[in-house]
Design a binder for this molecule. Structure first.
Ligand SMILES: [Zn+2]
Length: 634
């Protein structure tokens, strides 16, 4: 998948055709959509959490399971590192893992306790979002209790000797901001100010890259790992929600312009070697700078930065093997298949990926960001193992030639914080409102409600997509209303893809890689069906391999051979080899795969026995292989 890059020159050109040009021209319609004056919006508006209800299916199950896990955690246990950090009585058990308060972690060799309480804010955020979705009274009580419990610990003293103050404050800022805006907890507003005042004395004067942190005096290596360049996103959000200028000022102070956004805005790739998740997260800070202040430079930086990440992504949509961004258009990514089992930091990476694609979709209206989002959904996060009661968490997807799903060795890592946030974001990622109707981005069993010209509308979507290539949407409307229902036609959609209204195929060309608008007077009971043509295809990576010289040991021949690796795909889903597989496979055998009865798997003929291919969601504890080494054409 590739997105257009653009520079300042393109934007200045009159009528710049780029989707961004469209977004910049749409500010007038933002007010029509009811946004606060002065705030920039694109053609699509994000819905409120409560407007979308997921119905039975794997996404709802993952949301419910994760929500229940965090509802079940003891409040004293969650608050313990904060109370200990400021010298208060701290009853309750230790959480363990990254979360606990053992500040001697460096000497005991593991990562236990190196960022005490780091993910508290994310758990609070996940619960606040879950309350906004479900209206569950017990969830609201827990959010209130956690805010009340945290408030007396919001002191500068907590961060004395703390290795990554920006990292943990960023999450607390997000959690309190969500508790305030989504959890309905008023006291979270003043708590946000107290949290900012407690953290500021421990933060640098500006965002610092890792090399900049290493160049400054520090006690241990972990003191150089802070991620202050991710702070602006949640600070801008806190500003929008509270109207308090100190959050805007802090947000602007931590925008990483000099080393990151200025070069990216000019389409200069400064990302190779950088930490993957936190830098995609930083692109979300650039998007918030655009949305909060209209800074077009930051929109260019985010758009270009995301395109650069796409250009070095696996077929699954994942990126950043070894948590590191690579050089696009090289064989670095292919090489990682043979050298790096930590292929994609899955819950965190998917969380950042959903956020950046949601921002870019809102601002540009470009459906390909939705294509990218659903690829990450079905091939990564929806297939992770659930968080266990002891904090065991799924962290890395493994795309090597013998992959296996595992739990991370450290309890309560970063990925235990992003999973509750992301699963709560599934609904708001599925639909968007536009000036003339509703956009359907994800094909998910769900119910969405919105107002169209003052009338309450409901659309119910029933589907087993992507395992079945269809979806059905039914209108529930009090009175007839004319509007556009815009349906994402994925870029991979084959020519047999159809949209039917009340059983009749709609006219006009369905262009893959766009939203297709069906505009009509909609009535109660109208049914929209989509049939997706999902032909099998291979997405390949190639790798140049130098041949060892047969006559001079230790030297290599100048001629190189190319190794091709292929991922078998149908629609958005990568099908991975399971069971026993041959070292190499033939492209024509892969493309001739037959659906196994039931439709959730494919069978591929080989020279020996057939191999069963499954999607990541359908894989349990067995070994799997994402990329098949392809036999050279004879
Ligand atoms: Zn993580």
């Amino acid at each position: 998948m590739s997105f257009r890059s653009f520079t300042r020159r393109d934007v200045l050109k009159s009528g710049a055709a780029a989707s961004v040009g469209l977004a910049l021209g749409r500010r007038a319609s933002a007010e029509a959509l009811g946004n606060a004056p002065g705030k920039t919006e694109g053609p699509l508006k994000q819905l409120e959490y409560g407007q979308v209800t997921l119905l039975a299916g794997p996404m709802r199950q993952q949301f419910d399971q994760t929500h229940a896990r965090f509802m079940g955690l003891d409040n004293d246990m969650l608050l313990k590192p904060f109370r200990q950090g400021v010298g208060m009585a701290a009853p309750g058990d230790d959480m363990g893992g990254w979360y606990s308060n053992s500040r001697f972690w460096v000497t005991n060799g593991g990562s236990d306790g190196f960022v005490p309480g780091h993910s508290f804010g994310q758990y609070l955020s996940g619960l606040s979002r879950a309350f906004a979705i479900t209206g569950d009274a017990a969830t609201k009580v827990k959010v209130e209790q956690l805010v009340t419990g945290l408030q007396p610990t919001l002191l500068s003293k907590f961060y004395d000797g703390y290795h990554l103050p920006g990292y943990t404050f960023d999450k607390i800022c997000c959690g309190l901001s969500d508790a305030y805006a989504l959890g309905g907890v008023k006291s979270a507003g003043p708590a946000l100010n107290e949290a900012l005042a407690a953290a500021l004395p421990h933060l640098p004067e500006k965002a610092l890259s890792r090399p900049e942190q290493r160049a400054r005096p520090h006690k241990i290596d972990a003191d150089t790992w802070d991620e202050t360049y991710t702070l602006p996103e949640n600070l801008f959000l806190a500003y929008q929600r509270t109207g308090k200028p100190e959050f805007r000022d802090a947000a602007q102070r931590f925008l990483e312009d000099d080393l990151l956004f200025n070069p990216l805005a000019e389409d200069i790739d400064v990302l190779p070697g950088e930490h993957a998740y936190s830098h995609v997260n930083a692109l979300c800070s650039a998007m918030q700078a655009y949305l909060s202040s209209g800074s077009e430079k930051h929109l260019r930086a985010a758009t270009n930065g995301f395109r650069i990440v796409q250009d070095q992504s696996f077929a699954t949509g994942g990126w950043g093997p070894g948590e590191t961004l690579l050089r696009p258009h090289t064989d670095d990514l292919a090489r990682s298949i043979f050298s790096e089992k930590n292929s994609f930091e899955t819950p965190c990476g998917a969380y950042a990926h959903f956020k950046i694609t949601r921002y870019l979709l809102r601002v540009t209206g470009d459906s390909r960001y939705g294509d990218s989002m659903e690829r990450v959904l079905y091939n990564t996060v929806l297939g992770v193992k659930p968080i266990l009661e002891d904090g065991s968490s799924f962290y890395y997807s493994d795309y090597t030639t013998s992959g296996r799903k595992t739990y991370h060795h450290d309890k309560w890592p970063c990925c235990s914080g992003t999973l509750p946030q992301l699963t709560a974001d599934y609904g708001i990622s599925s639909y968007f409102q536009s000036a003339d109707g509703l956009h359907v981005n994800l094909f998910v069993p769900s119910r969405v409600t919105w107002k169209q010209a003052g009338t309450q509308m409901t659309l119910v979507q029933e589907t087993q997509y992507p395992l079945r290539p269809t979806t059905k949407m039914t209108m529930k409307i009090a009175a007839e209303r004319e509007f556009s229902l815009s349906l994402r036609i994925p870029a991979w959609a084959g020519p047999g893809t159809r949209v039917l209204v009340n059983g009749k195929a709609v006219g006009g060309e369905l262009k893959p890689g766009t939203f297709h608008a069906v505009k009509r007077g909609w009535r109660d009971g109208d049914v929209v069906e989509m049939e997706f043509d999902m032909p099998l295809r291979l997405e390949t990576l190639s790798m140049n391999v130098s041949q060892p010289s047969p006559t001079e040991p230790g030297t290599f021949l100048t001629s190189q051979t190319t190794t091709q690796l292929g991922a078998l795909m149908s629609g958005p889903v990568v099908f991975m080899a399971t069971g026993a597989w041959p070292i190499e496979m033939r492209s024509q055998d892969l493309l001739g795969a037959k659906k196994v009865a039931g439709g959730d798997a494919y069978s591929v003929a080989t020279e020996r026995s057939p191999v069963t291919f499954r999607g990541f969601m359908g894989i349990g504890d067995e070994l799997y292989r994402t990329y098949q080494p392809l036999k050279a054409e004879e």
